[in-house]
Design a protein around this ligand. Structure first.
Ligand SMILES: N[C@@H](CCC(=O)N[C@@H](CS)C(=O)NCC(=O)O)C(=O)O
Length: 231
């Protein structure tokens, strides 16, 4: 079987930092699938295949191309049913949908607003202009201003994580004793932040911090490799 190709966002110093690619990487490892990555910058995404993909991750599995992290997880689950399940069945998949929307809509965006300038500072030179113009338009102010007051704002961010914290008081992973895609969904945000920013999203005595470290250890510590910050 030939390796699956993952088009993987890259910053300066070969930093592989994409939240959504960091959902797919552990999912591929979870499924025991052989994969290789092709680094791609923000401005290089338009060069993938026919230029029709607006974002990464994109994977190529033989002649099959899949775009979007959730669609990729679904594809892997359906195409490789004999490998360990990413969702734990139909009920697990339905509940993972809740985790996905809670996290992406309510929490990930807040995290982004606290580290946007740090992300910019670790991009390749050709991506910096694109990124600042695009994100400043989206947020309506300069990157440094978007990131301002984060020492204050992180307090309410951490409060928002309370359901996750309570859960992790009693179990090792969202999946229970072992991780599932629900873990990778959230893990992606923490890997992304640690690759690009020294600003700690969680305190070291938080059960979420301990869970994050368990996730970082997975699959031979794949998410610890390469440049990044320790927090
Ligand atoms: N819904 C997509 C979102 C993917 C996404 O936003 N990817 C970011 C990197 S983490 C991206 O490629 N952004 C391109 C851009 O901002 O130009 C998914 O789940 O894969």
């Amino acid at each position: 079987m030939s390796a699956i190709i993952l088009y993987d966002l890259v910053g300066a110093d070969d930093r592989r930092f994409s939240t959504h690619c960091w959902r797919v990487r552990p999912a591929l490892a979870h499924k025991n699938l052989l994969f290789e990555t092709i680094p791609v910058s923000f401005t290089g995404i338009r060069d993938i295949r026919d230029g029709s993909y607006p974002t990464v991750p994109v994977i190529r599995d033989g002649e099959t191309w899949i775009h979007d992290s959730w669609a990729i997880a679904e594809y892997l689950e359906e195409t490789y049913p004999d490998s360990p399940s990413l969702f734990g069945g139909a009920v697990g998949k339905a509940l993972t949908g809740f985790v996905r929307h809670w996290w992406q809509g309510g929490v990930h965006l807040l995290a982004m607003s606290m580290i946007l300038k740090d992300i910019h500072d670790h991009l390749t030179p050709e991506d910096k202009t694109y990124f600042s113009e695009n994100r400043e338009t989206r947020f309506g102010k300069p990157l440094a201003e978007i990131q301002a007051d984060r020492e204050q704002r992180v307090i309410s961010f951490r409060e928002r994580l309370q359901p996750l914290r309570k859960l992790l008081d009693n179990q090792l992973f969202l999946g229970g004793a072992t991780p599932l895609y629900a873990d990778y969904l959230i893990m992606g945000t923490f890997v992304w932040a640690r690759k690009m920013s020294p600003f700690a999203l969680v305190k070291s005595d938080d059960p979420i911090h301990a869970w994050m470290n368990r996730c970082l250890d997975l699959y031979d510590g794949m998410a610890r490799k390469g440049p990044g910050y320790e927090w």
